[in-house]
Design a protein around this ligand. Structure first.
Ligand code: ADP
Ligand code: ADP
Length: 233
């Protein structure tokens, strides 16, 4: 379970007004669920998800994830905890000079996994995301959907307990979006990991999420089961 209490992020600036991007959010996210955060551009979604793996420093509040208080960790502990959190991005963030294989192997190299073990783990991930036969391709030789499959495999390399998806299908066409969403559901079922999806697209929430929080102006203005939040008359 991920427990978020009184979480706030204020971007301070010398020559402009401060921006309260995340404003006193409380949320509980259950282990193994697919949780959606939806809102218009500027609502604070991206800041929120970046606070979860501490790519942003919170101004206030607590985040308890994998039994650890993410807001109170030494640098060494933070590195350790971050390995349990995978992340995928709208524009994939792949290494363009590395092959599919080497992109997926990268986090394993950083974690110091020996070569033979790395090789079998990458092969397993390539099968899981449906990229068998593309190991030696470079990202520029792949379609958008295939690039995101590489992103997903890389995010799963260190067996995370949580996968964060930051507008992960927003750069894809509708058919490819559905294929990637199906893949996320099958990974959720096979591996039992918690998936947090942020998006501005209702379709994404309705297709794969059980729970949803609606963000506006830094605040959660509504939350609950997707069916309850969006299906009433
Ligand atoms: P969303 O992902 O919903 O589009 P963001 O989290 O990107 O929302 O942005 C929320 C608010 O915080 C916006 O007003 C945005 O301009 C502001 N903001 C985001 N990042 C920064 C930053 N690094 N410095 C200052 N303001 C920021
Ligand atoms: P989409 O627009 O649906 O993302 P693309 O048109 O980019 O798809 O790619 C369709 C197919 O063409 C994919 O199977 C991909 O592997 C292949 N492909 C795309 N770009 C290249 C390239 N530069 N070299 C070789 N194959 C490519």
């Amino acid at each position: 379970m991920i427990s978020i209490k009184n979480l706030s992020k204020i971007y301070k600036s010398k020559n402009r007004d401060d921006v309260t991007a995340v404003d006193n959010i409380d949320l509980s996210i259950n282990q193994g669920e697919i949780f959606g955060v939806i809102g218009y551009s500027g609502a604070g979604k991206s800041t929120f998800i970046r606070l979860l793996n501490r790519l942003e420093e919170p101004t206030d509040g607590k985040i308890i994830m994998n039994e650890k208080d993410m807001t109170n960790l030494s640098n060494k502990e933070l590195r350790n905890e971050r390995q349990k959190i995978g992340m995928i991005f709208q524009h994939f963030n792949l290494l363009w000079s590395r092959t599919v294989f080497d992109n997926i192997a990268f986090p394993l190299e950083i974690a110091g996994i020996p070569k033979e073990q790395r090789k079998s783990k990458v092969q397993e991930l390539i099968e899981l995301v449906g990229l068998a036969g593309r190991e030696d391709y470079y990202p520029s030789q792949l379609s958008g959907g295939q690039k995101q499959r590489v992103g997903i495999a890389r995010a799963l390399a260190n067996d995370p307990k949580v996968l964060l998806c930051d507008e992960a299908t927003s750069a894809l066409d509708p058919q490819t979006t559905d294929d990637i969403l199906d893949l996320l559901v099958s990974i959720n079922q096979k591996l039992g990991l918690t998936i947090i999806v942020i998006t501005h697209e209702m379709h994404v929430i309705k297709k794969i999420c059980q729970q949803v929080a609606v963000m506006d102006n830094g605040k959660v203005i509504e939350q609950g089961e997707v069916l309850e939040v969006f299906m009433h008359p």
